[in-house]
Write a protein that binds this ligand. Structure first.
Ligand code: NIG
Ligand code: FE
Length: 421
């Protein structure tokens, strides 16, 4: 076997080189090369550029060759917000929502996150792993090469640790990179509700029992909170995120999804890596995000699945200069999809993002949200050879087609991890 790989035949090669992070008008800069080529060695990009140039590289002559036949090549998608580990779908709630029940009404009756927590606690680690493994293969089949994964359906010490341990095991056992986030503060578990002070008692458990275990076991890199009506208040969220930060976990926040709580301002104040959802941000929040390094991650799959009409104000965020990213929010309650191309379709039609902006938001800016922009998110010499090849002639066809999969091949660290039949 030759040690390098020369990839040619890219009608369009989207490098995403250039300004990092992408703000404002730079979000639509794709660094597009026609008839592009890539030289890969030991999982990394050795050279990238027009074919004639890359072929001059000494290692290109001896390299194994892969012709992608006039398709479009881009960095693998970075899905920076998922709830990967859960036990089952919530199709029964989906039907109730179609009949008119709101997400919050269902949650108040013990459905929602509590429904998923009940199912997860009863599931074996093996069953959870099988489901997540199949999901990861499906993520790869849509061109995704890195997946952030949150705990949060355990809500007790043993079950949260069970989820986080699975993140680590899956990271070692399959090719996608999993970035682990601790979301013990997804909601107050059933056994802490009823009596007053339940939220505080649960926060105490998170801080005194769970976080030390998470840190000792090096089980997470980020700490997230669902700061919303029916979950945690801004004040409680602050307490939890500060506690996480003291333990070395960088904050990220579920913010302004169902109601306006001030979570965005909190995220910016704490220097959070990202602030996600943002359907209900106001003008001051947008200004604060624009001045900050906190990535504004939009999750249009939620609004689509819940049938909500109010999407996040993507155009205002972009025009103000915020760092906009896109993610699936794969989860059983609000966004059961693993398809980043579908999210790009929604970003274009519902958020009025240009196809080029959607691609940059799902690659280089999403890499920033995971603080991995030096390693992934663009195709440049020295970076990881994480890429997706689409069966299209023009990159705009990636969001243009919807509800079908045009991904032809996915590569992680130079290895083919998905190939269309
Ligand atoms: O990102 N908003 C909070 N968490 C998830 C939904 C969780 C659930 O309903 O299971 C979200 O939308
Ligand atoms: Fe989420």
């Amino acid at each position: 076997m030759s040690e390098s790989l020369l990839i040619t035949g890219a009608a369009q090669l989207l490098t995403l080189r250039g300004e990092v992070p992408r703000r404002g008008s730079s979000l639509s800069k794709l660094g597009l090369i026609k008839e592009g080529a890539l030289l890969v060695r030991e999982g990394k990009i050795l050279a990238v550029g027009p074919r004639t140039q890359v072929e001059k590289h000494a290692a290109a002559r001896r390299a194994e060759k892969l012709d992608v036949g006039g398709r479009v090549v881009l960095p693998g998608f970075v899905d920076s917000h998922t709830h990967l580990i859960h036990a089952a779908s919530r199709a029964e709630e989906y039907e109730l929502k179609i009949q008119g029940a709101s997400y919050e009404e269902i949650a108040r009756k013990g459905g929602g996150i509590l429904n998923s927590a009940k199912k997860l606690r009863a599931a074996t680690a093996d069953a959870l792993k099988r489901r997540a493994r199949a999901a990861l293969q499906e993520f790869a089949s849509y061109g995704t090469t890195t997946v952030e994964a949150k705990s949060g359906y355990g809500l007790d010490v043993a079950s949260e640790l069970k989820i986080l341990a699975l993140h680590r095991e899956l990271n070692a056992e399959q090719p996608l990179e999993i970035v682990s986030t601790f979301l013990g503060a997804h909601t107050v578990p059933a056994e802490f509700r009823g009596a007053p002070g339940g939220a505080q008692r649960y926060i105490k458990l998170l801080a005194e029992q769970l976080l030390p275990e998470v840190i000792n076991g090096r089980l997470a890199e980020f700490c997230d909170v669902f700061c919303d009506r029916g979950a945690f208040t801004r004040k409680e969220s602050e307490q939890i995120l500060i506690e996480g930060k003291l333990h070395g976990l960088a904050p990220r926040v579920h913010a302004e999804q169902l109601s306006h709580t001030g979570a965005t301002q909190l995220a910016v104040e704490l220097g959070a890596a990202s602030c996600d959802h943002l359907e209900r941000v106001n003008a001051a929040d947008i200004r604060a995000l624009a001045k900050s390094r906190t990535v504004a991650t939009l999750l249009p799959g939620c609004d689509f699945h819940l049938g909500l009409k109010q999407y996040a104000p993507a155009r205002k965020l972009i025009e103000a200069g915020a760092i906009v990213a896109l993610a699936t929010d794969y989860n059983p309650g609000t966004s059961p999809t693993m398809s980043m191309p579908m999210i790009l379709s929604l970003a274009c039609t519902q958020l009025r993002m240009a196809p080029a902006e959607a691609v940059a938001a799902a690659t280089i800016n999403a890499a920033c949200a995971l603080r991995r922009e030096k390693r992934i998110g663009s195709l440049e010499a020295g970076k990881q050879a994480d890429l997706a090849v689409f069966e299209v002639e023009d990159y705009r066809e990636i969001p243009y087609y919807f509800g079908m999969n045009r991904c032809w091949m996915t590569m992680k660290r130079g290895e083919i991890i998905y190939m269309q039949d």
